[in-house]
Design a protein around this ligand. Structure first.
Ligand SMILES: Nc1nc2c(ncn2[C@@H]2O[C@H](COP(=O)(O)OP(=O)(O)O)[C@@H](O)[C@H]2O)c(=O)[nH]1
Ligand SMILES: [Mg+2]
Length: 200
């Protein structure tokens, strides 16, 4: 199975017709703006600036594809999706949150799994719940409770328990939950194994 450590930028997709057509497996990373999504991608791929901070409101939203596998031979893609949650972006509140990303997450045959980043201090927000309802129910999901270093261990465990209960109500299928910190390197090996397994 391809290693996340082999990740390199492949392409930016601004329209569905630009999506790769080789049929390689993909794992998408989704989450609210500022939930730590870029930090997670950069840490898991051990690259300081693979995923840029691209959370400027109103900016054209796009999917960024990172290729995994030996140099010059993509075997899979890790896909960064536009952060959601800015009140000034009304399209995300209509039907499909974002036409491109919403369509991609719902209909992409190559999509094997989704990683959702959630700030542990906010837990699941209304928009996160809407996002989860949007996904195909059988798609394997990994929820990362990010910035876990911001909470003491006991409080962290409480949020993990409460979030697990909320997820169990929202989804019947294959859902994993990990407390994660880029700062303290919490949950890194477990998240890496989970993602690589989905692509193997
Ligand atoms: N304390 C702490 N801060 C984090 C962690 N991960 C990200 N952050 C901070 O959270 C903010 C948003 O992170 P970023 O990765 O840009 O989030 P994105 O908008 O979802 O891509 C930045 O100021 C990061 O430095 C973490 O594990 N611990
Ligand atoms: Mg970002």
């Amino acid at each position: 199975m391809p290693s996340l450590l082999s990740a390199r930028f492949h392409t930016t997709v601004a329209q569905s017709r630009q999506l790769p057509r080789e049929g390689l497996p993909e794992v998408a990373v989704v989450g609210r703006s500022n939930s730590g999504k870029s930090s997670v991608i950069n840490l898991l791929c051990n690259r300081r600036r693979l995923a840029f901070s691209s959370s400027t409101p109103g900016r054209t939203q796009a999917l960024n594809f990172f290729a995994l596998g030996p140099p010059d031979t993509a075997q899979a893609y890790l896909v960064d999706t536009p952060g959601y949650g800015y009140a000034v972006a009304p399209q995300e509140l209509r039907g499909g949150w974002d036409a491109l990303a919403g369509h991609y997450l719902r209909d992409r045959a190559e999509l094997r799994a989704v990683v959702l980043t959630v700030d542990i201090r906010r837990s699941l927000t209304a928009l996160d719940r809407r996002m989860l309802e949007w996904l195909a129910p059988e798609l394997p999901l990994l929820v990362l409770l990010t910035k876990a270093d911001k909470l003491v261990s006991s409080k962290r465990q409480t949020v993990v328990r409460e979030t697990a209960a909320a997820l169990a109500e929202l989804r019947a299928h294959d859902t994993s939950l990990i407390a994660f910190s880029t700062l303290k390197k919490i949950g890194v090996d477990e998240a890496t194994r989970w993602i690589e397994r989905q692509l193997g």
